[in-house]
Design a protein around this ligand. Structure first.
Ligand code: SF4
Ligand code: SF4
Length: 129
């Protein structure tokens, strides 16, 4: 339930296009899709609060999302969140000692990520499987 196995895409879209398709693995639990980006709490997380890199991406991805049509997704390298789907953060200056707020996220609840491995700090521990 909640798993999305029907959206496997063919070849990725050319890099010039912002609507980059994220390649999904067979153990993929959470799809990298707009509905999950919209619900992700990572941009409000204390772990990212003092990261210049993450804060810059939060600002720029907010603008990018406004310009994308509904259903389009930003390049995962440019969005500082949905780490449960895309895996470890690209930014290196996060503070994993701060508390993860994934437990308050509707995506976490929908996909029962409490039972995933890892089940928190996906930005540090990698995506949920
Ligand atoms: S579970 Fe965590 S990483 Fe995944 S979308 Fe929610 S806040 Fe973001
Ligand atoms: S995965 Fe958890 S710890 Fe990392 S930024 Fe998202 S909410 Fe914070």
């Amino acid at each position: 339930m909640g798993r999305n196995t029907s959206t496997e895409e063919g070849s990725p879209i050319a890099p010039r296009d912002r609507n980059v398709t994220f390649e999904r693995g067979t153990d993929f639990l959470v799809p990298y899709e707009r509905a999950n980006i919209n619900r992700c709490k990572c941009p409000q997380c204390p772990v990212q609060a003092d990261s210049q890199c993450a804060q810059d991406k939060i600002r720029s991805s907010k603008e990018a999302l406004e310009n994308l049509s509904e259903g389009q997704v930003p390049n995962p390298d440019d969005f500082p969140g949905v780490y449960c789907s895309i895996g470890e953060a690209r930014c290196q200056d996060l503070d994993p000692d701060k508390q993860c707020i994934c437990g308050s996220c509707e995506v976490w609840k929908e996909f029962d990520l409490k039972d995933a491995n890892p089940n928190n700090h996906f930005c540090h521990n990698g995506r949920a499987t």
